[in-house]
Design a protein around this ligand. Sequence first.
Ligand SMILES: C[S@@+](CC[C@H](N)C(=O)[O-])C[C@H]1O[C@@H](n2cnc3c(N)ncnc32)[C@H](O)[C@@H]1O
Length: 350
Amino acid sequence: MYINEVAKKLETSTRTIRYYEEKGLIDPTKEESNQYRFFEEEDLVRLSTILSLREVGLPVEVIRNLLKEPNMRMEDYLNVQRGVLYEQWLELKDMIETLNLMTERAGKGDNVTGDLFGLAKQLKTLKSMRKNWHDKWNFDSQAHDYDQSIKMHGYKFNVHQDYETALNKVVETVHLNPGDVCLDIGIGTGNLGSQFTGSGAKVIGVDQSEEMLAVCKEKHPGIETRKGHFLALPVMNMQVDAIVSSYALHHLTDDEKLLALEEMDRVLKKNGEICIADLMFLNEAHRREVIQGFREQGNDEAIGAIEDEYYADRSRLIDWLQKHDYTVETHQFNSILSMIYARKHAENEK
Ligand SMILES: C[S@@+](CC[C@H](N)C(=O)[O-])C[C@H]1O[C@@H](n2cnc3c(N)ncnc32)[C@H](O)[C@@H]1O
């Protein structure tokens, strides 16, 4: 097939096709006599793949790499791109919401410069919070040994004490019906989320680590895995019936945790449930008391582990949830591990 026919068939322009050729993504044969490009069936398949991936915004470089891989896992690339698009979508949402507020204030008369600047500043902070979280623990590198590592105990400090009890408690606390959607955020290798697949619910596992998601998918093919993070969940508004999370939220600072709760609230349906089992202190006084206790025991291992992460102040999370119309219950497993269970009131509409 010649270039004009290909362009017509694939509803694109000859210029676009030549561009992908220039970029080395396609290499049609050229007729010897006149150098006209000739496209075989496989060139057409390749070109239509390129056009489809460009349509959803995959960069040309990424498509090139994808096509080069002999065992290309297109699903993984699409998964990454979905996460990127959700981040862009949320950034636009934040901007539109701020713009609405600015319009409202501007309409109220003169002398609003300070107001507008304040709103712009809040927006800037929000944008940078959503963008700047990064994985300083390198979870990709931990993925393959993770299940083994949780069985091992530190010398003087075991963060996984009561791990199974906590996960079981989350499972028995959350109410799911067949057909419900359950989101496990920071799913890791799927130890919590997998326990809900038997209930007939659809389980979606979100994680920022592609390697964790790969291990999770291999262990539990029934879980839908999505690349994304607490601060930009790859889910549309009010789509899920329950959100669970274990041992993940403490990788966010206290302010980031509140934004994570806002994100959970965005995707959760009315009457939906949030159940988080994580490393946290009851409040700041309790944090000081526990750390002081470790100090007196000379337990530097415990103090180092706590300081390397961001164990929550449970009272701040409860406060946020209650202010946003959630009924909250808690359970404490040990001095550093708690569960928060929260139900969203029907009136809470976002
Ligand atoms: C300690 S593992 C816990 C895994 C699993 N939930 C469990 O209980 O075994 C923490 C997981 O949270 C993920 N995680 C950490 N911070 C995250 C973030 N900001 N957004 C999404 N996932 C995150 C990590 O990639 C990792 O897979």
